[in-house]
Structure formats: structure tokens, C-alpha cells
Design a protein around this ligand. Structure first.
Ligand SMILES: *[C@@H]1O[C@H](CO)[C@@H](O)[C@H](O)[C@H]1NC(C)=O
Ligand SMILES: *[C@@H]1O[C@H](CO)[C@@H](O)[C@H](O)[C@H]1NC(C)=O
Ligand SMILES: *[C@@H]1O[C@H](CO)[C@@H](O)[C@H](O)[C@H]1NC(C)=O
Length: 282
């Protein structure tokens, strides 16, 4: 992206962030001095940084729902080398023995799996995403034989935490990082997951993406949210000036822009014209 356009996009992105998760702007933190309460600034990439609690107890619970790349950066920054059942370096040495590190094909997620016990393998594999199951079957040379039929579609029941909530397999409980909400999510069917995840809160989306190893992508021209609901490439997530709504806009095609812009709200059109440096035909 043209540097000037990029700068404008960043300025448009408001603070929609909670400490610890779901932030996606360069403004989130640059150094530890930008973080309050003794938190440390973890910089995953030029476009994603986050104030993070590096105390061992807080880290141990929060790390479970971090994305693969953020977890790597957070472990390095906090000087903590382990997170239960996670192996972000993609080596067996990350895992407690006898577990092995299973990396799914897209590299987005890896987890520690006990390949030595086919009973526990079969109990747990029903909760994994298709990608994770395929990778684990290959690495462990075991088959996941106990997969139950998919659960009927419908709204997931929600509750405050996973202790209160009973999910029917293959759905499993996903709890947001601040423990204020949990819901049942089926990680095993990527098609229904991709449809349903767009309607979830950013916190649940972040937690589910980590637990299931399945990121969520916005529809072309649809509502988006950085970084848990990015736009399909080459579209950009444009946020209106008051910060209450963001939409996927293709700044790379004037033809796309011109034919779609008349349907947008005034606020999004104004923000998109600035972000893309294009004008909507009158
Ligand atoms: C294998 O896993 C099952 C179920 O989790 C457990 O009951 C059993 O003790 C395990 N066997 C060994 C040898 O660890
Ligand atoms: C897993 O299933 C495949 C196909 O059904 C079979 O060829 C293979 O031998 C099985 N592997 C194990 C370890 O049971
Ligand atoms: C996923 O769910 C949809 C809708 O319920 C169903 O049509 C499809 O067969 C399921 N796919 C898999 C792989 O189970």
C-alpha cells in the first residue's frame, strides 16, 4: 500500500481495544511506557502490538487464547518459554513429554498432542478442527475414529464461563480472555464456522481462532474488525470517523469503488474516500 494511504488508514482506526486482546492499530503500544499497570508492550508486527501481563499466573491463562504469532512474540518479551499444550516454535521440545508438536498445514496453529495413547487421542480429536485433525493423524499415525455426527445448526448457548456451560460434542466451550463470556463453538466444520464467526464478538472470535486454529475472514464489502475479522485481500478495513463501524473496501480498483460507493452510508463513504484517495462519482 502507498505509505500515505497507509498512514491515513491508521489515523482512521480508533481505539476499539481492551487491554490484553483484540487490538490492531500501530497506536496500541510502541514501548512499555505506553502500557499501564506494569504491563509490557508485545510487538508482533508493525501493524499489531498489545500491552500484555507478563506475570506468570496471568500469562499462563491468557497465553492459551493467543494467536500463534502473537504467542511467539509474547513468550520472547515476557521471558516465558512455555504455555500449556501450545508449541509456537513448532518443535516437540516445546511440549511436555510424551507429547509431540502437531502443526497444521497452513502453519496458523500448532498444539501438543499425545501420540502414544490412542485412547486419549480419540477422546480429544473430536474437538479439533479438520486441519488439526488431519495433521495429527499424519504425525501420530493414528486415526480419529470417534468423530460424532455434526451438531445441528442453531444459536450457541452462551454463559459466563466454561464451568457453567455444557457444550454437546463436537462443539466445545470457548471462553473469552477476560472470562466474562463463553460460548459453544464447533471447530470441526470449517464451512459453518466461517459463516457463524462473523456474528461473534471480537473477544470470542479471538479466543475461538486460537482454540480452533481457524481464523475468521470478513465478506467482500462486509463488516470487518482488526485484527480478528480482516478483509479478504486486497480489500482494506476502513473505519468511519466515529469509530462505530468498519467495512471492507477495495481501494485497489477504482471500478469496484465507483460501482459500490453509492450504496454505503455517508460516514463510510467519507472515510473510504479519504483512505483510498478516490472520489465517489456524484
Ligand atoms: C491413555 O488415556 C486414557 C484416557 O485418557 C487413560 O485412562 C489411560 O490411563 C492412558 N494410558 C496410558 C498408558 O497412559
Ligand atoms: C487409518 O485408516 C486408514 C484408512 O481407513 C487405514 O488405511 C490405516 O491403516 C488406518 N491407520 C491406523 C493406524 O489405524
Ligand atoms: C458442515 O455443515 C454443513 C451445514 O450443516 C453441512 O452441509 C456439511 O456437510 C458439513 N461439513 C462437514 C465436513 O461436516
Amino acid at each position: 500500500m502507498h505509505p500515505m494511504r497507509h498512514g491515513m488508514l491508521m489515523k482512521l482506526m480508533p481505539f476499539l481495544c481492551k487491554i490484553g486482546f483484540e487490538c490492531g492499530t500501530t497506536d496500541t503500544c510502541k514501548t512499555d511506557a505506553d502500557c499501564t499497570g506494569g504491563l509490557k508492550c508485545v510487538i508482533e508486527s508493525p501493524s499489531y502490538s498489545q500491552c500484555t501481563d507478563c506475570t506468570p499466573a496471568a500469562f499462563a491463562t491468557q497465553c492459551e487464547s493467543m494467536s500463534e504469532t502473537f504467542l511467539l512474540a509474547a513468550e520472547a518479551k515476557c521471558g516465558i518459554s512455555t504455555c500449556k499444550d501450545r508449541c509456537p516454535h513448532h518443535t516437540d521440545a516445546d511440549c511436555d513429554k510424551p507429547d509431540s508438536c502437531v502443526v497444521q498445514q497452513d502453519g496458523y496453529y500448532a498444539k501438543c498432542v499425545d501420540c502414544t495413547n490412542s485412547t486419549s487421542f480419540n477422546e480429544q480429536c473430536i474437538y479439533w478442527s479438520e486441519q488439526m485433525r488431519t495433521a495429527a493423524e499424519a504425525k501420530c499415525k493414528l486415526n480419529c475414529t470417534k468423530l460424532p455426527p455434526p451438531s445441528p445448526p442453531g444459536p450457541s448457548p452462551g454463559g459466563h464461563n466454561c464451568a457453567e456451560l455444557q457444550c454437546t460434542a463436537p462443539a466445545q466451550c470457548v471462553e473469552q480472555a477476560d472470562h466474562s463470556w463463553a460460548q459453544c463453538v464447533d471447530c470441526t466444520n470449517a464451512t459453518t464456522y466461517a459463516q457463524q464467526c462473523k456474528g461473534w464478538s471480537p473477544s470470542i472470535r479471538t479466543a475461538a481462532a486460537a482454540k480452533c486454529g481457524l481464523p475468521c475472514t470478513a465478506d467482500s464489502g462486509g463488516a470487518c474488525h482488526a485484527p480478528d475479522l480482516p478483509c479478504p485481500k486486497p480489500q482494506s478495513c476502513v473505519t468511519q470517523a466515529d469509530g462505530y463501524f468498519s467495512q471492507c473496501i477495495d481501494c485497489t480498483s477504482e471500478q469496484w469503488f465507483d460501482s459500490n460507493c453509492k450504496y454505503w452510508s455517508d460516514q463510510i463513504r467519507t472515510a473510504a474516500e479519504k483512505a483510498c484517495n478516490l472520489e465517489c462519482p456524484k
